[in-house]
Ligand binder design. Structure first.
Ligand code: PCA
Length: 202
């Protein structure tokens, strides 16, 4: 059966939840357009996170890899279009690593495009009344690191797997002490992820 690997990060930066892993876990085992969704929580740690995704790609040989991360402060689903070859951390990761000015892959190209249909995804989310936009930077922290590493792994191994990255807002429970930070309900984030899989597999 065709499959979609969906990953979500564990909580980081002092938060007790991560909306990404919370929403991703709700999709475990679902079948959309003949594709089974296989979910995996990955650590917010440079190196280990990328390794976990690469291992999962090796094991599952999925048709699609969609990694999901929290982008605190954003008001909408951010469909990332570009992964860049840089690790430059503003805060330490969950194991205290804080790379600065480092290449994600020393032998890799400057950047990779998402191989998901990003415009179609945003159009479909907008039609479904889910706030969404195309983003041209996934930052330079662990999310971009995973997006770039998975793209590089697929390129180097000449796989047909499509790779993309989605950033999601805080959950309402995370912004109670952070006015006026925007948030999005878990239900809407889950709905958005289902729409994204349907657009990519349909
Ligand atoms: N967001 C971080 C890393 C983990 C996550 O969920 C980021 O945007 O890099």
């Amino acid at each position: 059966m065709k499959s979609v690997l969906m990953t979500g990060f564990d909580p980081f930066g002092g938060e007790t939840v991560n909306p990404a892993s919370r929403a991703v876990s709700k999709l475990a085992g679902k079948v959309i357009d003949g594709h089974r969704i296989i979910t995996k929580e990955i650590p917010t740690v440079f190196g280990k996170s990328a390794y976990a995704v690469e291992q999962a790609i090796r094991e599952l040989n999925p048709n699609l890899v969609i990694s999901v991360g929290q982008a605190g402060g954003t008001h909408a689903i951010r469909v990332e279009r570009l992964a860049v070859n840089i690790d430059d951390a503003r805060i330490p990761d969950n194991e205290g690593n804080q790379p600065k000015d480092a290449a994600t892959a020393v032998d890799g190209p400057v950047a990779y495009w998402s191989t998901l249909p990003v415009r179609k995804i945003v159009d479909e989310l907008t039609n479904s009344r889910v706030p969404a936009f195309i983003s041209y930077t996934a930052g330079t922290y662990v999310c971009n690191h995973v997006f770039y590493s998975a793209s590089h792994f697929v390129a180097v191994n000449q796989l047909h797997t499509k790779v993309g990255f989605i950033h999601v807002p805080f959950l309402p429970e995370q912004v109670i002490d952070k006015p006026p930070t925007p948030s999005m309900s878990e239900e809407m984030i889950v709905q958005a992820l289902e729409i994204i899989v349907a657009v990519c597999t349909g």
